[in-house]
Design a protein around this ligand. Structure first.
Ligand SMILES: [Zn+2]
Length: 465
C-alpha cells in the first residue's frame, strides 16, 4: 500500500486599503484597469515602496500560525513571463518574513515551513476572440503560506485549509473569499511506498475546498494505478478540471533555477524591531479559543460550538443574543436553525439579536409557541418590526390563562364522551384526539403543555362525577 504525502501552498490576499508597492486601491469589483499606476503596470523607471499595513497584516498571520518571525527578510525578483505580469518578474521574498509555524488541529498537526510576502499578478480573461488583461489585481499584497509535506489524506488537507481560512478571518487578515480569489491553494502530492517515493506532482488553482479534496483523491488513484502498472509518475504541474473530474497537464514542473531569482535592487531588506513585531502580533481571539469558550462559558455541545465558530456571523449573532438576555442553549438552537436558514433565503437579516432574545424569552414564558415564534421570525426576516407587536397582529399570542384553558378542556371532554371512554380503556390516540379538539376550541392559541395538563385534569374530574 502507498501513503500519500501532501503539502499545500496557500496564497492569501491581505486586507489592506492599498497595494503592496504603490498606493492604488485594492477594492474588488472595480471596472477593469481603473486601479493602476506606473508601479503596478510595471512601467520603466517606476519604483516600489513597501506598504507598512501589508507588513503588519503578514506579521499577524505569522503570529496566528505560531511562526518564528525573521528580524530581517529580503525581497527578490522571480522571473517568468506572462501577459498579466507586466514587469516580467514578480516581487517575492527569498529570506521569508517568517518560518517554522504550527497549527494544532487536535487529531493532527500541520507544520508551516514558511510564510512570505509577495505581490499578486493581474488577471487574464480569455474570450473566444482574444485574451484581455485586467491589472487591478496586479500588486495586491499576498502572503504565501507553505506547509511541510505533513498531510496524509485529502480530508486532512481540506480540514487544514478550512481552519486556515477561519484563522485569517478571525484575525482580520483576509476575507478569504475563494470565489473572489482572495484565498487560493496549490497542492504538492507524491506517494510513498515500500519501494520509495514517486516524483512530486503539483496541482494548481484549486479554487474551492471541494475541488482540492477531489483533485487530491483523484491524484492518489491515478498515481497508485501507474505504480501498480510499474510505470513512473512524471514530475508535472497539473490543474484540476472540475467539469471533467480529472487533473490535466499544464507543463513539466519548473525547477527553482528556472525562475532566475535575483535580489530586488529597488527594495532594501525589511528590518523589524521587537516593538514593531510585538505591536503587529497582537491578535484577537482565534477560532479554537472561541470554541473552547463557547463550551466552557455557555455549556454548548462540542458539535454546536464547532458549527458556530465555523461561521463568524452566526457566532457573533449567538453571542449578541446571549448578551441581550437569551439563555445560551436555546439561543444556539435558534441561531443554528432558523436564523441560519433565513439568512440563506434572504441574504440579509433586518432584525437584531436583541429581537431574537425577546422572542426566545416569549417562548420560554409560554407567551407564544415555538411554531408561532418561527412565524414571527419569518415576518421579522421579511420586513423587521417589533416581535411582540407581530405576535399580536398575527394572533399568535398563546393563551396561558389557567381558567380560560380549563374551560376549553372541560368543553372538549364533555363534547367527546366516546374518546374519553377510549382513553380510559388505554387508547393513547384518544388523548391526542381530545387535545386536538381542545386546541381547536382555543383557536390554536393554547399553551400546549398547560392544555395537556388541564385536559387530563378534566378527564379525571369527569370520572369522579
Ligand atoms: Zn499602482
Amino acid at each position: 500500500m502507498y501513503e500519500a504525502v501532501i503539502g499545500l501552498e496557500v496564497h492569501v490576499e491581505l486586507l489592506t486599503r492599498t497595494k503592496l508597492f504603490c498606493r492604488c486601491s485594492t477594492r474588488f469589483g472595480a471596472p477593469p484597469n481603473s486601479q493602476v499606476c506606473p508601479v503596478c503596470l510595471g512601467l520603466p523607471g517606476a519604483l516600489p515602496v513597501l506598504n507598512g499595513e501589508a507588513v503588519d497584516q503578514a506579521l499577524k498571520a505569522a503570529a496566528a500560525l505560531n511562526c518564528r518571525i525573521n528580524r530581517i527578510s529580503t525581497f527578490a525578483r522571480k522571473h517568468y513571463f506572462y501577459p498579466d505580469q507586466p514587469k516580467g518578474y514578480q516581487i517575492t521574498q527569498t529570506r521569508p518574513l517568517a518560518e517554522g509555524g504550527r497549527v494544532d488541529l487536535g487529531a493532527f498537526q500541520v507544520n508551516i515551513a514558511r510564510l512570505h510576502l509577495e505581490e499578486d499578478a493581474g488577471k487574464s480573461i480569455h474570450t473566444p476572440e482574444c485574451t484581455l488583461v485586467d491589472y487591478n489585481r496586479s500588486g495586491i499584497p499576498l502572503i504565501e503560506i507553505v506547509t511541510e509535506p505533513c498531510l496524509r489524506t485529502p480530508a486532512q488537507a481540506r480540514e487544514f485549509l478550512e481552519h486556515l481560512r477561519l484563522i485569517m478571518e478571525y484575525a482580520g487578515i483576509s476575507d478569504c473569499k475563494m470565489e473572489e480569489g482572495s484565498l487560493r491553494c496549490d497542492a504538492n502530492i507524491s506517494l510513498r511506498g515500500p519501494g520509495g517515493s514517486t516524483a512530486v506532482v503539483e496541482i494548481k488553482n484549486l479554487n474551492s475546498f471541494r475541488a482540492m479534496e477531489r483533485a487530491l483523491a483523484y491524484e492518489i488513484r491515478r498515481q497508485s494505478r501507474l505504480l501498480a502498472q510499474g510505470k513512473a509518475v512524471a514530475a508535472q504541474t497539473l490543474r484540476w478540471d472540475e467539469a471533467a473530474n480529472r487533473t490535466v497537464v499544464m507543463r513539466s514542473k519548473e525547477e527553482a533555477g528556472g525562475y532566475r531569482y535575483l535580489p530586488e535592487p529597488d527594495l532594501p531588506p525589511l528590518i523589524l524591531d521587537e516593538a514593531a513585531i510585538a505591536r503587529a502580533c497582537r491578535l484577537p481571539e482565534l477560532p479554537l479559543a472561541r470554541k473552547a469558550r463557547f463550551i466552557g462559558a455557555y455549556g454548548l455541545s462540542e458539535a454546536d460550538a464547532l458549527i458556530l465558530i465555523g461561521d463568524r456571523m452566526l457566532a457573533d449573532w449567538f453571542e449578541a443574543a446571549v448578551a441581550a438576555g437569551a439563555r445560551p442553549r436555546p439561543a444556539a438552537n435558534w441561531v443554528l436553525g432558523e436564523v441560519a436558514r433565513l439568512r440563506k433565503e434572504t441574504r440579509h437579516l433586518p432584525f437584531t439579536p436583541a429581537d431574537l432574545a425577546r422572542l426566545i424569552d416569549m417562548t420560554e414564558r409560554g407567551a407564544v409557541s415555538v411554531a408561532g415564534a418561527k412565524k414571527v421570525l419569518a415576518v421579522l426576516a421579511e420586513r423587521g418590526g417589533d416581535p411582540e407587536q407581530i405576535v399580536h397582529s398575527l394572533g399568535l399570542a398563546q393563551v396561558s390563562d389557567r381558567e380560560q384553558l380549563a374551560e376549553v378542556a372541560r368543553q372538549a371532554v364533555a363534547e367527546n364522551p366516546d374518546a374519553v371512554r377510549d382513553y380510559r380503556s388505554g387508547k393513547d390516540r384518544a388523548l391526542r384526539f381530545l387535545l386536538g379538539k381542545a386546541m381547536k376550541l382555543s383557536r390554536g392559541r393554547a399553551n400546549p403543555q398547560l392544555l395537556r395538563e388541564l385536559v387530563l385534569q378534566a378527564i379525571a374530574d369527569a370520572e369522579r362525577l
